[in-house]
Design a protein around this ligand. Structure first.
Ligand SMILES: *[C@@H]1O[C@H](CO)[C@@H](O)[C@H](O)[C@H]1NC(C)=O
Ligand SMILES: *[C@@H]1O[C@H](CO)[C@@H](O)[C@H](O)[C@H]1NC(C)=O
Ligand SMILES: *[C@@H]1O[C@H](CO)[C@@H](O)[C@H](O)[C@H]1NC(C)=O
Ligand SMILES: [Zn+2]
Length: 973
């Protein structure tokens, strides 16, 4: 799946109250786009669905505890095999025949259902007297029939369903014999709920008409909600899928259509679409869709979506071009041709993650696939190309070769999150997009990984069992730290060796499953083959990065050449309770350069070491810079003299230091200051050169870093001097882009210049440059007056936000109307407006928006969480949002708390400014008050919020006077 981080990036361009706080969102957590569960009817499975349901002997519900909490408290010791979450090893699937009829009209009971029939073909591996197969919320309309290879029925003692572990169990009168093949035939009915999981329903309005689609999201364990299956990634099989639908709908699945016939059902003519049999694959990658979507493309690559988006607005064209280009790139990169006959990309109106890499039928959020040349911004475009690259990367790494179990998810997602930049770079070679991984992955995830509540990349296979445990793996560590350590590995191996090892790994394991050490071994073999001297074995290096949480800060003392490493923790007094077999020491690949020297490298694996070239004694103004381009996953600190020389260089001529490292210096310094390793004033000193900086990355690093100051101080007297300082620093940037864009009439060419321009405008408006505010209101009012939106798509987010912040009800209502009307035509435009709606300064308007967020006719469920956290990002909405969350907790918990990937962000997002004892107390009280209701997938986030608040309280007490003074002194009269 694609992470949904991209939302934060978008938000980041909005305007200050949002802009700056939202960058912190980036830092804060895996803000996966909502996996908002609507949850209404889904709970009851289908017990009310039909009257013809055959009755299982019993439905066993052994455990009553909420399955979404941690297992230690909920998994009772049990002797029955069907009480265990992992399948027994007795039966191995070979093939499934699946035939489904989604009915896109309500039935007599007012529900949407699908009728299914399936045959699972499997081999008995170890003799057994039970058939145990996954099945969730399916109602069996006839007794399942088990047959042997000769077609003889094997009689069963009826069957039963186990709710907790999602099994269908058939106790048999005779043993199934090892090495014999059997089939299980079932007929069932399931609900086509709007719960974004399994086989589900999504709706949209087109030309005044509500249209319904039936679509799937199987990852992680929801294929079992569509048909009975051995629902583990290691149990690969082939699939023959048939879909029955009305003739005016199209059916899609992983493979091409093999035949189309008709049948009659309930006195109506239906089309029967059969698909070719898939290669061997995992259940979580199965997909099928019945819709009235339209497409563009050819036999190999197509882009699908709502008719208006595809045909009227041609919003699929960009995706089509880049998909073609990236597929060609990955075929070459992996050295294996694309394994399937076609690749469909489909934009789904209701979607939980960013996108899902179903093999051959990739599903996306609308906003992650559709691009409108006039209405979409450069950020939208970047998101489309990187998400497509991410999903296409999985077609090989993940789909062709698959992890054996979810504990290795980080390898799958981390890898795709790394190579997505390579694929996107191929499609957009002028963008330098690979650099941005440092902001979007490395810096972002370090913020999370520096907490004691972090966790290692890997987990033990036996520690990941329940669906909730699997869901909770989809976090920032998995995606971004995974990407960061794989990038580091590729960097110290060199890309050539990395690719060689990768290719042999894919060759060996295609259509099979792996554990992460298989990849290390193939890379190691590539090292041996090329006769390269690598000082350590790959597994010895990498184990330290994947088996222990966190990362080191490397301290270089240039007066002595001394280099040390230490586990970096944001809270200087925190105690780490999680033991590590490596004692929080890493094998660190250090790259470095000096003002007079070339690029060099050094392996640090001791706690402390002397490296002669690090000794700059007697070398005048020579400085040392380490972790070039931040290819290493660590922070760097220096002795004071070297910090002084680096900053002197920056203030003299920024170009002597690579642009990525200019961002690194700021980000490292602010984090080292947070951890009380260096003075806060030193961190602030790293921002003075920005008055001469026009590049995006250093500015963005400063914005992210200073966002913490804004959160801590925008309700205090420190904010005045801070604002004055920022206005001073940003004025030259604003003037620069005013010139470069000929008074805001043009848009710069390079990607990062476009981003930098957006930042210039958003900061200038936020910090009170009058010309900017007039620009914003002028452009917005012009639109309101003429009905013609002349604002360039790049600047819309920030212009809307500032105009709404400065305006009143009239401006807000205009934006709301525009939001509603653009929801059907341009989802990205709607998204910009939705975010800007939270910029108002009027409490009653913000409260009304919060109320709207729980009304799915006004704000889609997938957007509930982010709407609330956007309001919280606005200093005027902070306490309103927190009150709202507290008041509505039981409802929010029920709707989103069981499987939403973004649920934790609700807590993180609404408590981000917390920095007083009083607020800490409120947070603890909140935990206490809701013990009964629980926190679902947000439990970890709540603990993080408490830890974070405690740190904030101490930090503010200590730093407030110093910081205020620094800002006051830094403003030139
Ligand atoms: C560092 O370099 C200086 C000057 O070359 C030398 O005098 C000193 O001994 C060196 N320090 C160490 C610890 O090697
Ligand atoms: C850490 O502990 C030291 C010594 O007890 C104390 O002086 C300091 O203020 C503490 N720092 C934080 C951030 O709690
Ligand atoms: C660092 O990154 C820049 C920008 O991508 C690139 O031009 C440069 O070659 C990189 N430096 C090294 C040493 O790889
Ligand atoms: Zn993914």
């Amino acid at each position: 799946m694609a992470k949904g981080f991209y939302v934060s990036k978008l938000v980041a361009f909005v305007g200050i109250f949002l802009a700056i706080a939202a960058v912190a969102t980036i830092i804060a957590l895996a803000v996966v786009y909502a996996n908002e569960k609507s949850n209404n009817k889904a709970e009851n499975g289908g017990t009310t669905l039909t009257t013809t349901t055959s009755t299982p002997t019993t439905t066993r519900t052994t455990a009553t505890a909420t399955s979404s909490e941690k297992p230690s408290t909920t998994t009772p010791a049990s002797n029955e095999i069907w009480d265990r979450y992992r399948l027994p090893a007795n039966l191995i699937p070979d093939h499934y025949d699946i035939d489904l009829r989604p009915v896109l009209k309500k039935n007599a009971q007012g529900l949407y259902v699908f009728h299914g029939e399936s045959t699972a073909h499997f081999t008995c591996n170890i003799a057994t007297q039970h058939v145990i197969i996954h099945s969730n919320k399916l109602n069996y309309t006839e007794n399942p029939i088990l047959k042997d290879e000769a077609g003889n029925t094997i009689s069963a003692n009826n069957y039963f369903l186990v709710e907790k572990t999602n099994y269908l169990v058939l106790p048999l009168n005779q043993q199934l014999e090892a090495n014999k093949k059997y089939t299980l035939h079932t007929k069932f009915v399931g609900e086509l709920a709007d719960d974004l999981a399994g086989f589900y329903r999504s709706e949209y309005v087109e030309d005044g008409e509500t249209k319904i689609i039936a679509t799937t999201q199987m990852q992680a364990p929801d294929a079992r909600k569509a048909f009975p299956c051995f629902d583990e990634p290691g149990l690969k099989a082939t699939f023959s899928i048939t879909l029955r639908h009305k003739p005016d709908y199209v059916a899609l699945s992983n493979m091409n259509i093999s035949s189309e016939t008709t049948d009659n059902w309930m006195q109506e003519e239906w089309r029967v679409t059969k698909f070719e049999t898939t290669p061997k694959m995992s259940t979580y990658l199965v997909a099928f869709i019945v819709s009235q979507f339209k497409s563009i493309g050819d036999d190999r690559v197509k882009i699908w979506g709502r008719k208006r988006a595809i045909e009227d607005y041609n919003q699929g064209e960009y995706a089509l071009n880049v998909t073609r280009s990236i597929l060609v790139f990955f075929e070459k990169y992996y050295g294996v041709s694309y394994p399937l006959p076609k690749s469909d990309q489909v934009a789904i109106p209701d979607f939980s993650a960013g996108a899902m890499e179903n093999w051959g039928l990739i599903t996306y959020r609308d906003t992650a696939l559709l691009y409108d040349t006039k209405e979409s911004s450069i950020g939208n475009k970047e998101r489309v190309v990187t998400i497509i690259a991410h999903e296409l990367a999985h077609m090989w790494f993940g789909n062709l070769v698959t992890i054996r179990w979810w504990n290795d998810l980080w390898l799958n997602e981390g890898f795709a999150s790394y190579v997505e930049y390579l694929g996107a770079d191929h499609a957009e070679p002028t963008w330098n997009i690979k650099d941005l991984t440092v902001l979007y992955d490395v810096h972002r995830v370090m913020a999370v990984d520096a907490l004691t509540s972090s966790h290692p990349l890997t987990s033990k296979e036996e520690d990941v069992n329940t669906p909730a445990e699997i869901s909770s793996l989809f976090d920032a560590i998995t995606y971004s730290k995974g990407a960061a350590v794989i990038r580091m590995l590729s960097s110290f191996l060199t890309e050539n060796i990395f690719v060689e090892g990768l290719q042999s790994y894919l060759q060996e394991f295609q259509y099979k499953n792996t554990v992460y050490t298989d990849l290390w071994w193939h890379l190691q073999r590539a090292v041996y083959r090329n006769n390269i001297t690598l000082r350590y074995e790959i597994k010895d290096i990498m184990n330290r990065w994947v088996l222990q949480m966190g990362f080191p800060v490397v301290t270089i003392d240039t007066t002595r050449g001394l280099v040390e490493q230490q586990h970096f923790l944001l809270d200087p007094n925190a105690t780490v309770t999680r033991p590590s077999e490596f004692d929080y020491l890493w094998i660190v690949p250090i790259t470095y350069t000096t003002s007079s020297g070339a690029l060099n490298n050094f392996w640090l694996h001791q706690p402390a070491d002397i490296h002669e070239p690090f000794n700059l004694t007697g070398q005048g103004s020579n400085w040392l810079l380490a972790n070039i381009n931040v290819t290493g996953y660590y922070r760097v600190n220096y002795d004071d003299g070297n910090w002084d020389r680096l900053l002197e260089q920056l203030n003299k001529d920024v170009s002597a230091i690579p642009v990525i490292n200019r961002a690194q210096i700021i980000d490292d310094a602010f984090n080292l200051a947070r951890a009380e390793i260096i003075n806060t004033t030193r961190a602030l000193d790293t921002t003075t050169f920005l008055s001469k900086e026009v590049e995006y990355m250093p500015w963005q690093a400063a914005l992210s870093s200073l966002s913490y100051h804004i959160q801590m101080f925008d309700r205090t007297e420190v904010y005045g001097p801070m604002k004055a300082y920022m206005k001073q620093q940003v004025t030259p940037l604003f003037e620069h882009f005013k010139r470069e864009t000929k008074n805001w009439t043009e848009i710069p060419e390079p990607l990062t210049h476009q981003y930098s321009q957006i930042n210039a405008v958003s900061m200038a408006c936020a910090y009170g440059i009058q010309e900017c505010r007039e620009l914003a209101t002028g452009l917005f009012n012009n639109w309101k007056r003429t009905g013609i939106n002349g604002i360039h798509a790049n600047l819309r987010s920030t212009i809307y936000c500032n105009a709404i912040a400065q305006g009143g009800e009239e401006e807000w209502n205009f934006a709301w109307e525009q939001y509603k009307s653009s929801s059907g035509t341009n989802v990205q435009e709607a998204e910009k407006l939705r975010v800007a709606l939270s910029c108002s300064k009027e409490p009653w308007i913000l409260n009304r928006l919060l109320e709207f967020s729980l009304d799915p006719t006004k704000i889609r469920r997938q957007d509930t969480v982010s709407t609330i956290t956007n309001v919280a990002s606005n200093v005027a909405g902070q306490s309103l949002a927190w009150d709202f969350v507290r008041a509505n907790w039981p409802k929010l918990r029920l709707q989103f708390g069981d499987s939403s990937f973004s649920f934790g962000n609700l807590i993180i997002g609404t408590t981000r400014r917390f920095s007083t004892e009083f607020e800490l107390h409120q947070l603890k009280q909140f935990k206490e008050d809701n013990k009964e209701v629980g926190f679902g997938t947000g439990a970890r986030a709540l603990d993080q919020a408490i830890e974070r608040t405690e740190t904030n309280v101490r930090w503010v007490n200590k730093n407030k006077p110093i910081i205020k003074e620094w800002y006051q002194a830094a403003v030139k009269p």
